[in-house]
Ligand binder design. Sequence first.
Ligand code: FE2
Ligand code: FE2
Length: 132
Amino acid sequence: MALIEWSPEFSLGVAELDDEHRDLIQIVNQLYQQIQSGRYQTTVIDALEQLHTSAAGHFAHEEEMMRTHAYAAYEEHHADHRRLLAEVTAMIDQCQDGVDDDEAMARWLYVWFCNHFKTHDAPLHQLIGVSP
Ligand SMILES: [Fe+2]
Ligand SMILES: [Fe+2]
């Protein structure tokens, strides 16, 4: 079972950004599958590194768009992006040290992505979704 199911409320109304959201959800779901299937430590670390890279690329894309539109809530949105990247880095460190808590990791990612999409990305949708 997938950790995060795609929902229309995760859509920004911009095909490229929506594809990036789908990719991020897919990476998180693959990571969750690996955790559940008695995974190898290196596979989970690889998935976390892939998540960090893909998320950083997506965030840069969104942040550029917010700057272009002089988006008022830029700082809060940007700070929440940094929070995810810092946490994924900490998760990689914990995996490397063998002190990771897989259930807590999955729960944290689930809560962050669902909340971020709804509370930070959805308002952005209202701005850029109507732009040409
Ligand atoms: Fe996003
Ligand atoms: Fe975002």
